[in-house]
Design a protein around this ligand. Structure first.
Ligand code: FAD
Length: 390
């Protein structure tokens, strides 16, 4: 029996103020915040099953501090939104502020981490540089001889996706927001330079605005509307080890090894490593990523060498040329909005939902969103960030 209300038996409406395509964290956060701003006539359409997108398959790590002011300003705002999310939604999103450490194994990365202090100060991110014994104290399980330094962000942490998503969904349903899973958008209509409707098979829903948050499928949805969108769908993978005693307290980004990881409350070490591969729209998980992740764990965490892999899975993200999000109205089609390009979309969800809802509702276009505009590549303003693990 589902704990959620089922609307599947109800007919789809023939119009809505805002149609949101995609019921992952970006779609739900935007829907919730639109309602809070008084936009009540919102419908969320999702092609898949509940939590079938990346929002139900991610590493669950959350941080505010990155390597550029643009990324940091947006993600710090979202980190703050995570820290009050359970209160905002009235449901437990289970964010735990256990700290997030960026680890440098090389001198080059150590220099990069040292250079971040002014950016983090400017954006209000608390940070502490750890070296030598301090690294061992914060992270006793790591082979500290291989670590140059660690930049600790004490306000970062993790939120399990089942809890975060359930909290958003329950808050939306408390307010009567119409959420439809297993309801694929098959077409988008445009009239006179603006978006006018979405199609679900033969059914037409007229819309004042359409917000696309379809993850790895964003470019396909853009094509339905006859517009281009930078980037492509790409799978990334993660794995969980069998539960062991508490070994790793903070969430970790091992920048040089392109690896992220944390240990859950149940004791499972969850994380993944990026390996070069051709972009694939596939949910199959295979050996290269598992082997690469295991090799990083075994090299840096001797205690994990004997621990077995419990689960291994893949999810799809929308990768942009700079791996930064794409947020805002499409420059070629009025009233068509995107929240895409997310490789850190779990961390960025709650904050972006607030800011994007304000933009769509016509309240204001926040300056933190501006750098992430869709046309930044044409304007020669990519947003590559040195502190991501992709
Ligand atoms: C293995 C892995 C680890 C990750 N780790 C982290 C992490 O630690 N921290 C972090 O911040 N981020 C992480 N991410 C990234 C993060 O999960 C995503 O950036 C985020 O979930 C994106 O949310 P979204 O709502 O945009 O997309 P999704 O959650 O993917 O939702 C998109 C939805 O659109 C729907 N859709 C697609 N096509 C259609 C259509 N035609 N009509 C209607 N609906 C459609 C899909 O069914 C899907 O449910 C990770 C991702 C993966 C895969």
């Amino acid at each position: 029996m589902s704990i959620f209300r089922s609307r599947s038996a109800r007919a789809l409406p023939s119009s809505a103020s805002v149609v949101i395509i995609g019921g992952g964290i970006q779609g739900l956060a935007c829907a919730f915040n639109l309602w809070e701003l008084g936009v009540r006539d919102v419908i969320v359409l999702d092609a898949g099953y509940w939590q079938g997108g990346a929002s139900g398959r991610n590493g669950t790590l959350i941080r505010g501090g990155f390597g550029t002011p643009e990324w940091t300003a947006l993600f710090q705002f979202s980190n703050e939104a995570w820290s009050r999310l359970s209160r905002t939604l009235g449901h437990n999103a289970m964010f735990t502020r256990r700290g997030y450490m960026m680890v440098a194994e090389t001198g080059r990365t150590a220099d990069m981490l040292h250079s971040l202090a002014p950016v983090h100060d400017q954006c209000g991110v608390r940070h502490r540089m750890l070296k030598g014994r301090q690294v061992e104290e914060a992270l006793p399980a790591i082979d500290a001889s291989q670590v140059k330094c660690g930049l600790m962000l004490p306000d970062g942490g993790v939120a399990p996706h089942h809890a975060g998503m359930k909290a958003f969904r329950a808050a939306c349903e408390d307010r009567g927001i119409d959420l439809r899973y297993r309801t694929a958008v098959t077409g988008i209509e445009r009239t006179g330079g603006r978006v006018s409707a979405v199609l679900v098979g033969d059914h037409r829903i007229a819309a004042d605005s359409v917000m696309v948050a379809a993850g790895g499928h964003n470019p396909v949805i853009a094509a339905m509307a006859g517009v281009g969108l930078p980037g492509f769908g790409m799978r990334i993978e993660a794995m969980a080890l069998e539960p062991v005693r508490p070994l790793i307290r903070p969430a970790l980004a091992l920048i040089d090894s392109l690896c992220y990881m944390h240990q859950t409350g149940r004791g499972e070490v969850v994380g993944g490593t990026e390996v070069p591969e051709r972009p694939r729209m596939s949910l199959s998980a295979d050996l290269p990523v598992m082997a690469a992740t295991a090799a990083v764990y075994a090299r840096l965490f001797p205690a994990l060498r004997a621990v077995r892999v419990l689960r291994h899975w893949a999810g799809l993200i929308h990768a942009t040329p700079d791996y930064a999000p794409i947020i805002g109205e499409h420059p070629a089609l009025r009233d068509l909005w995107f929240s895409g390009g997310w490789s850190y979309g779990w961390a960025g969800g709650p904050g972006t939902g607030i800011l994007l809802a304000r933009a769509i509702a016509g309240v204001e276009f926040d300056s933190r969103l501006r750098p992430f505009a869709i046309d930044r590549f044409e304007r020669g303003r990519p947003l590559n960030d040195p502190a991501i693990v992709l």
